[in-house]
Design a protein around this ligand. Structure first.
Ligand code: COI
Length: 354
């Protein structure tokens, strides 16, 4: 295990930052100048390094390519008025990454590797962190099998990397979701609670079918009965019904979202009634018909707080209350932004300053 890293740094000869239009940042298209990487070989972490962002060399037999032996995280860094780089809840991502690693038979990532790698990379590429409201530096740590072996077995060699990209909004406007009752994202005993590519790749086809019908995303339901709401393809989902904040409880088919946790924490701090429990589709649809549903929104790192304006179910579209009337989620978004950009006291100790 690495105790204190000796990270080797090779800087880019020519920064690409001039290619970035800070006034118009797309999601996930332009990557910062450097990346962090380390290898896991012969049961040990080695070679922590920062190098220019470039394409990888990987064995064509890598189980990452064949069997999806790969996990990832998503977190964001912001810039405050003093030009400091503030990272939102990186410890939560670290914990979750190791939960995913265990499920995928991967080695745990040492805390020092994750934090020292992250700090060094963000320090070097701090100019890439945008400061305008609604923008941030998206950070993508990932770990994949680097074996040169096509058989099915727990892999032995791995690569851990962190790449970053400046981002604007993931959803530029309120989203329309369809409740999915045929395809399954995850099932009890599966890997739904992990951030592994295996949960995301197969979800794209059903989402594409919904997009062809005018929806932006799916609202996944449980894989056994397709009776209970689980999460959306890119975020957890939350409802304000009769003044109560209600969100699906964390089954092993649901991702333990960090934005989800932050919203629940704020709601409890504001003395709002909160319920984490199973939500039947039937209950949701009746509550919409009875005009008891006041707000529906997604919560995710990339998506932040994404308003949901329409829910499609069984061939019927249900329009939801106007976004301007949604006091709770508007206040949550404002508060989270104020904490992330350093405009408000960080009373929950969520910010890690680089
Ligand atoms: C994130 O929110 O960080 C995710 O990994 C979701 C993905 C849609 C970008």
């Amino acid at each position: 295990m690495i105790d204190s890293l000796n990270i080797s740094v090779k800087k880019t000869a020519a920064s690409r930052i001039g290619q970035l239009d800070f006034a118009n940042i797309p999601f996930g298209k332009i990557y910062a100048d450097h990346l962090f990487s380390a290898e896991y070989v012969d049961g040990e972490w080695k070679d922590p390094q920062i190098t220019p962002y470039e394409d990888l060399r990987i064995s064509p037999a890598s189980p990452a390519l064949h069997y999806g032996i790969s996990i990832f995280e998503g977190l964001k860094a912001y810039k405050n008025d003093k030009g400091e780089v503030l990272v939102f809840r990186p410890g939560k991502n670290f914990d979750r990454m190791n939960i995913s690693a265990e499920r995928m038979c991967m080695p745990l990532i040492p805390e020092s590797l994750y934090f020292e790698g992250l700090n060094a990379l963000l320090d070097l590429d701090r100019d890439w962190v945008p400061s305008a409201q609604g923008t941030s530096l998206y950070i993508r740590p990932f770990l994949f099998s680097n074996d040169d072996y096509i058989g099915i077995r727990p892999s032995q060699d791995f690569k851990f990397m962190i790449i970053t990209c400046p981002v604007g909004a993931y959803y530029a406007k309120p989203v329309k979701v369809k409740i999915e009752t045929h395809y399954t994202r995850a099932i009890e005993g599966g890997s739904g609670y992990c951030k592994t590519g295996c949960n995301y790749g197969p979800a794209i086809y059903p989402a594409k079918l919904a997009q062809e019908k005018g929806y932006d995303q799916l609202l996944w339901t449980d894989g056994k009965e397709h009776k209970y709401i689980e999460e959306s393809g890119t975020m957890n989902v939350m409802f304000v019904i009769d003044g109560k904040l209600i969100t699906p409880s964390l089954e092993d088919s649901i991702l333990n979202g960090i934005t989800r946790d932050s919203v629940l924490t704020l709601a409890k701090d504001w003395c709002m009634e909160v319920e984490e429990r199973r939500i039947e589709i039937k209950e949701l649809i009746s509550a919409i018909q009875d005009k008891k549903v006041q707000e529906v929104f997604g919560a995710g790192t990339a998506a932040t707080i994404a308003q949901i304006e329409r829910i499609g179910y069984d061939g019927v579209d249900y329009e939801l209350p106007a976004v301007e009337t949604r006091e709770f989620s508007q206040k949550v978004l404002k508060t989270l932004d104020a904490i992330k950009y350093g405009h408000m006291e960080d009373k929950f100790n969520w910010i890690h300053t680089v």
